[in-house]
Design a protein around this ligand. Structure first.
Ligand SMILES: CC(=O)N[C@H]1[C@@H](O[C@@H]2[C@H](O)[C@H](O)[C@@H](O)[C@H](O)[C@H]2O)O[C@H](CO)[C@@H](O)[C@@H]1O
Ligand SMILES: [Zn+2]
Length: 298
């Protein structure tokens, strides 16, 4: 791709919906600011559950559910203003692996069973094409231990290294080193405060119970968080994107629930841990407030 904006952000996710839940406000902000935002989603979520009764027929055929979830993803990206959306290796290349420990994990075509270097090779092609300065993905536990999230992390981190290596995959384009790599995070005290507010609001909400902070992906002690993206201005866009994933998410702003019907906070400040690259921002500042801080245009 030529003539891309100076600032280019790449996000790697496991299923349609993860991008909006984890980074919807961040994606909307950078799209609105004119940065190029590229989303790579690794599966179509074929083994997900379905919340609305009127869509229960989608559970009869994983191909149907997968195709429907791609249409939800397109609607969600429209809400965020993101136009560059890719399926790793092409639509249907890697199938949803199901929750950890299920027989689905043994499906030879699922992401969990994928050859790491082959899968990373598909992402190297995207990295060398788009040349992002910033990469966002999950931590090594995938945030909450889902096999597709763990594998998406491994693929993203492996591809970031291969893309920069001039001796690796010469057919995939010129080497490109990503300046900053972040993992999705939630600082523990921020999460505790939000769940305390949720407990007070719960009796008025259309949910039976609240989830536990331990169910939220990426919660860490505050000291590990390096970056806070205040997406308050994009709260409506994030909620609309999450609502677009109607098979997976019930939204009652500023809360939501997945198909387990357990309420959790819809965070509009989104947090990150810088795990590769130089931290920007004012020395001594508690957090960065821009993923591109300290990154030169290239
Ligand atoms: C947010 C996320 O990663 N969702 C995944 C997850 O879905 C969960 C799963 O169906 C679980 O059984 C439910 O209790 C929970 O509420 C769901 O969020 O796993 C699915 C299957 O791999 C995946 O399609 C979905 O995107
Ligand atoms: Zn997921």
């Amino acid at each position: 791709m030529t003539d891309l904006p100076d600032r280019r952000l790449l996000l790697v996710h496991a299923h349609p919906d993860d991008e909006s839940i984890n980074n919807g406000a961040t994606m909307a902000r950078y799209a609105a600011e004119g940065a190029h935002v590229t989303l790579v989603t690794c599966t179509r979520g074929e083994r997900g559950e379905v919340i609305p009764g009127e869509l229960a027929h989608l559970l009869d055929d994983p191909e149907l559910l997968g195709a429907h979830r791609l249409s939800e993803l397109a609607a969600a990206m429209g809400a965020l203003g993101v136009t560059d959306v890719r399926l790793l290796g092409g639509p249907g290349r890697y199938r949803d692996s199901g929750m950890m420990g299920l027989p689905d994990n043994e499906d030879p075509d699922c992401l969990w069973q994928a050859d790491l270097d082959e899968a990373a090779g598909h992402l190297v092609e995207v990295i060398r094409e788009v040349r992002p300065q910033v990469l966002v993905t999950y931590d090594d536990n995938g945030g909450y231990g889902h096999p597709d999230h763990i594998k998406a992390h491994r693929i993203a981190m492996r591809a970031a290294g291969l893309a920069a290596d001039p001796t690796a995959l010469p057919e995939a384009g010129e080497p490109w080193e990503i300046a900053k790599v972040y993992w999705n995070r939630v600082p523990r005290t921020y999460g505790e405060d939000a769940f305390a507010r949720l407990a007070r609001a719960l009796p008025e909400l259309p949910f039976d119970a609240a989830a536990d902070l331990g169910d939220v992906p990426g919660v860490v002690e505050d000291k590990h968080v390096t970056t806070a993206i205040d997406g308050t201005v994009f709260a409506t866009a994030k909620a609309a994107a999450m609502r677009a994933h109607a098979t997976q998410i019930d939204v009652a702003e500023p809360w939501f629930a997945l198909s387990n019907h357990l309420a959790q906070p819809l965070f509009t400040t989104e947090f990150y841990e810088l795990v590769r690259g130089e931290r920007g921002g004012r020395q001594g500042a508690e957090w960065e407030h821009d993923l591109f801080e300290g990154v030169g245009a290239a």
